[in-house]
Design a protein around this ligand. Structure first.
Ligand SMILES: Nc1nc2c(ncn2[C@@H]2O[C@H](COP(=O)(O)OP(=O)(O)OP(=O)(O)O)[C@@H](O)[C@H]2O)c(=O)[nH]1
Length: 658
């Protein structure tokens, strides 16, 4: 039972281990799926961001190009304005510089500042000397080389020429300028230097990209010298001011890739050594590149944060579900285990009670250790102190000497041939030395083909049952005898005679011997009954039977009451003469009884017998030859008896064989 409990516990633990392995497998599968999906989602998100970068870059670069084109177009329109140029020419040619013309020119310059949003406008002569400016703005002196060069180019080409942003510039604000030539007919009369403050004009276009990002920025760059660039607009997120000092071109920076002709989405590190994804666009008609960039790590972190949250929730829900399922399973397993334990305890109690009631104990014989483990009841049967381990030699000493060899042989045969063991043997109890009968049923454990490790069996004290069995056997034997005994005389009856006759007939046939049969009858017994009564008649029969029984003694010889006052004597191996002589002895033995018989016609009026003798040598052993043979023998003995009666009774007559 303990083994059963252990087995069930082991099965339960195995089941539990299996469950946790399953849970672990599911969790690992879920995690790897999540990681796989997560990676794919990160890639997808990166592609989405790149697409957005591309769109923003295209829109912004177009806006910047449009803005620049518009500025150049405005400058072109001013250059083509004949009235303005004419007014300037006239003002220049007038000796005292006509105040009215000057007022008109200043008016026009104010319009340019107010409506075309120029920060400053300078009117220069063709040598670059200041003629007038808006709001009395001072002209940088001397006129910087870049502006001088632009002025000259504008006059040479007869079209506006841009003055690109510079670092550091001449003004307190980042600016973009256009040198606009003015002609009176075919004669150049001067140049309008249109200066635009980029902060309120161009920068908002570049910085119009509103995204919730820590790093996303757009920057207009232009080459400064051979190997550096300047950022035209400020980068507030990176803490870089507009037109900051030139930044060296780094090999993997997006600016370098832009300068080398890279366009579209590029990867690289920015000036702060952070990996960024950038959209690089060249601004049409300008030496500028627009770089829209975002920190790559931020993209992924952002994506991961969001995806992670979603997946975290999913995994959390999954784990919660698993935990819930596990809890339910544990609870049901605990309930099942508790029920099982209760049932097991109940069964153990029932089994103990049943074993006690049946005086049934159990044992386990460990084939390796050669030791018995015996239960309490088994210990009680063997008379040892308590259940537990009992070495083989101690058990062997308790087996009755006469039975020991057979019991060992049975045990060995069981182990060798994997048979069931069912033996009954005697033991001497260890405590009081009393002999007891026990019965043992046992079998080997393990499956077919496996090497058995132990023999498990039950033991029952059957001493009382054995005694009852012996009594029953005795009773049966008595009954058997009684069936074959004549109740009045106590000698064999007709049934016993017939069985003996069959047996001896067959034996004689096998050994080629003869069988003699004597048939005896009390003479005038009817008269005896009539004279002395039936009770006395019975007594007489008993006396004669006693005498007859006392006269036979060799093996196979039998005296039987054949019926009424008739008796038979079977003499196997006797010849007719020997049998006749024996018959005569019987006649004399009855005479010697000297029982008075007043009704007898035999002289002396004593109880006498007549005897008929027949003898035969049996032929075949087969039926009906055999039956015919001894039936004929009986008939001939009967015939001989008749002859003895006819001859005067109290004698023995023999009939020779056929
Ligand atoms: N008392 C007693 N008488 C028996 C028993 N069995 C048979 N008898 C009697 O035995 C008598 C047999 O008589 P019969 O067959 O006429 O023969 P018999 O009188 O002996 O005459 P013979 O045999 O010719 O000498 C019968 O009267 C039976 O009643 C018995 O068990 N006890």
């Amino acid at each position: 039972m303990e083994a059963l409990t252990r087995e069930k516990n082991a099965a339960y633990k195995k089941q539990k281990r299996g469950y946790w392995l399953l849970v672990l497998g599911v969790v690992l599968l879920a995690l790897s799926s999540v990681v796989w999906v997560y990676e794919r989602r990160s890639d997808e998100y990166s592609l989405q961001v790149q697409e957005r970068l591309r769109l923003v870059g295209e829109v912004q670069s177009k806006s910047v190009a449009d803005w620049r084109r518009a500025r150049m177009a405005d400058a072109g329109a001013l250059s083509q304005d004949p009235l303005f140029s004419k007014a300037l020419a006239e003002w220049l040619h007038s000796q005292q510089r006509d105040h009215r013309q000057e007022a008109l020119l200043r008016q026009r310059l104010r319009v340019l500042v107010e409506y075309d949003q120029y920060a400053l406008v300078y009117l220069l002569d063709t040598r670059g000397q200041l003629l007038m400016s808006t709001d009395s703005a001072a002209l940088p002196r001397p006129l910087p080389a870049q502006e001088r060069q632009a002025l000259q180019q504008a006059l040479d080409r007869a079209e506006p020429v841009a003055v690109e942003p510079q670092a550091p510039g001449y003004f307190a604000f980042p600016f973009f300028g256009v040198m606009t030539p003015l002609y009176d007919g075919f004669e150049p009369v001067g140049v309008a230097w249109l200066v635009m403050d980029l902060r309120g004009t161009l920068f908002p276009l570049v910085q119009a990209w509103q995204v919730q990002s820590q790093s996303a920025e757009a920057v207009l760059t232009q080459l400064e010298g051979e190997d550096s660039v300047i950022n035209i607009n400020p980068l507030p997120k990176s803490g870089v001011a507009a037109l900051s000092k030139p930044l060296p071109l780094t090999r993997s920076g997006p600016a370098m890739q832009a300068v080398r002709g890279g366009r579209g989405i590029v990867r690289g590190v920015n000036h702060m050594d952070q990996p960024v994804i950038s959209m690089v666009s060249a601004i049409d008609g300008a030496p500028w590149w627009l770089i829209v960039q975002i920190d790559e790590a931020e993209i992924l972190n952002d994506a991961r944060r969001r995806e992670g949250l979603a997946f975290g929730l999913l995994i959390g829900a999954l784990l919660l579900l698993l935990a819930l399922l596990g809890g339910i399973w544990q609870w049901s397993a605990w309930r099942a285990e508790r029920t099982l334990k209760r049932e097991l305890q109940l069964h153990i109690r029932w089994l103990d009670s049943a074993q006690q009631a049946a005086a049934l104990g159990y044992f386990v014989y460990d084939l390796g250790k050669k030791e018995f483990y015996i239960s309490e009841i088994t210990a009680r049967i063997f008379g040892v102190a308590a259940g537990g381990w009992l070495p083989l030699h101690r058990w062997a000493a308790l087996v009755e000497k006469e039975d020991r060899k057979a019991v060992f042989a049975a045990h060995e045969q069981t182990i060798a041939q994997r048979q069931h063991l069912h033996v009954q043997y005697r033991i001497r109890r260890a405590d009081n030395g009393v002999q007891r009968w026990i019965q043992v049923w046992a079998e080997l454990d393990g499956r077919e083909g496996e090497r058995p490790s132990c023999m498990i069996g039950i033991v029952q004290d059957i001493t009382e049952r054995k005694q009852v069995d012996e009594q029953l056997e005795e009773y049966r034997r008595q009954l058997e005898n009684q069936v074959r005994l004549d109740p009045l005389t106590g000698i064999a009856n007709r049934l016993a005679l017939q069985e003996a006759l069959h047996k001896e007939w067959r034996r004689a046939a096998r050994h080629g011997q003869s069988v003699a049969l004597l048939m005896l009858d009390l003479d005038y017994f009817k008269a005896y009954n009539d004279t002395y009564g039936h009770v006395q008649g019975d007594v007489c029969l008993c006396e004669v039977a006693r005498v007859l029984a006392a006269s036979v003694g060799r093996e196979g010889e039998l005296v039987a009451r054949y019926g009424g006052e008739e008796f038979m004597v079977l003499l196997p191996g006797s010849t007719l003469a020997q049998a006749q002589a024996f018959g005569q002895q019987l006649v004399l033995a009855v005479q010697r009884l000297d029982l008075p018989h007043a009704g007898s016609s035999v002289p002396g009026q004593r109880v006498t017998i007549s005897v008929g003798v027949a003898c035969a040598r049996p032929g075949g052993l087969q039926e009906p030859e055999q039956t015919d043979g001894f039936t004929a023998l009986i008939e001939r003995a009967d015939g001989a008896l008749y002859a003895a009666k006819q001859a005067g009774r109290d004698r023995c007559c023999a009939v020779p064989g056929p």
